[in-house]
Design a protein around this ligand. Structure first.
Ligand code: BDR
Ligand code: CA
Length: 318
């Protein structure tokens, strides 16, 4: 099984990704969850992560990380609701529970220390802006070399955008951090990128979402129904094919054998200066690249549905 470290800005699809990790047979251990701002502010991310862990009754160390981007703040964060988790009326603030999970170390320091403790064992799955990873790698240049692999949900390879016309959200929120990660990690750590394109091309059909998954009868399925209600409505008007399940694909890439159906290797970096294209991922397939990343272009959608279904299936109550 895999040893995971999850860096997240939870986020509803981040919550789905975490739920899949918590219920997947191939996940040996989640050694920590590091939080970054993104879909909401970092204190709220800590609450959201703790809340999901509470539902699954799992005590996993949670670390608070970056409060903002390295260079410029990004304002438009509320796509997943003001609280990042669909503005449901549940309470994400069981202080005693949160205190029992939340560690005092900063997320970037925790990543470095965990990489020493579990040298070459950790699959780092990054599903938010990459600020914590960039910080960790600037504090300790050997950090990437102690990981087994890095999987990032972020960027695009055909200039497809969601946060801007050409930029994917996680890269656009902190382009400098994404550039540091793409410059540094591939030199000593295998990097897989789950770009925006594959998440849309392999999105979960609306029929299955509404008629199968969200009709499931379990306490967790009820939570899921409430949590996703507003987001799905919003997405449906813009993406007719289905729910893109963005971050879930990154966790599935880490855990699920035979999940990846197609990919290509390329040099990838990030545009930092364009007045319209800041945060756009830039690939160059002309050159021979010594340290390419692997960009995933096709996954097994059936397996993805199975993982999602299983993640909310249990009958234990909250
Ligand atoms: C990414 O942006 C966030 O809204 C999602 O959680 C995902 O990480 C998709 O562009
Ligand atoms: Ca995310």
């Amino acid at each position: 099984g895999k040893t995971l470290l999850l860096d997240t800005d939870a986020g509803i699809d981040d919550a789905h990704a975490l739920m899949v990790a918590l219920t997947h047979d191939n996940c040996r251990e989640i050694v920590g969850i590091t939080c970054t701002y993104g879909n909401c502010l970092v204190d709220q991310v800590v609450k959201n992560v703790s809340y999901i862990l509470e539902w699954y009754d799992r005590k996993i160390p949670v670390y608070k990380g970056a409060q903002a981007s390295l260079m410029r703040t990004y304002e438009d964060l509320a796509f997943h609701g003001l609280d990042g988790l669909g503005d449901i009326e549940y309470r994400c603030d069981n202080k005693e529970w949160i205190d029992s999970l939340l560690q005092s170390e900063h997320a970037a320091i925790a990543m470095i220390n965990l990489s020493k403790k579990y040298e070459k064992e950790i699959t780092l799955v990054a599903i938010g802006p990459l600020t914590n990873l960039a910080l960790a790698c600037r504090i300790d240049g050997n950090f990437p070399s102690r990981l087994k692999e890095l999987i990032v949900m972020g960027g695009s390879h055909t200039a497809m955008g969601n946060a801007t016309s050409t930029g994917e959200f996680n890269f656009v929120v902190d382009p400098e951090a994404a550039a540091i990660v793409l410059d540094e990690f591939p030199k000593s750590c295998p990097v897989k990128i789950v770009p925006l394109e594959v998440t849309h091309a392999c999105s979960i059909e609306w029929d299955w979402m509404y008629d199968t998954w969200l009709k499931q009868d379990s306490p967790k399925a009820t939570l899921n129904r409430d949590m996703t209600k507003n987001l799905l409505k919003k997405i449906k008007s813009g993406i007719p094919e289905g729910y893109p399940a963005w971050d879930v694909l990154a966790v599935a890439t880490a855990l699920q054998p035979n999940f990846i159906r197609d990919s290509f290797k390329t040099f990838m970096t990030v545009e930092l200066h364009g007045s319209r294209t800041r945060g756009q991922a830039v690939i160059d397939r002309r050159m021979k690249c010594d340290y390419p990343v692997e960009v995933i272009t096709k996954i097994d959608r059936e397996l993805l549905r199975e993982m999602l279904y299983k993640s909310t299936m249990s009958m234990e109550s909250h």
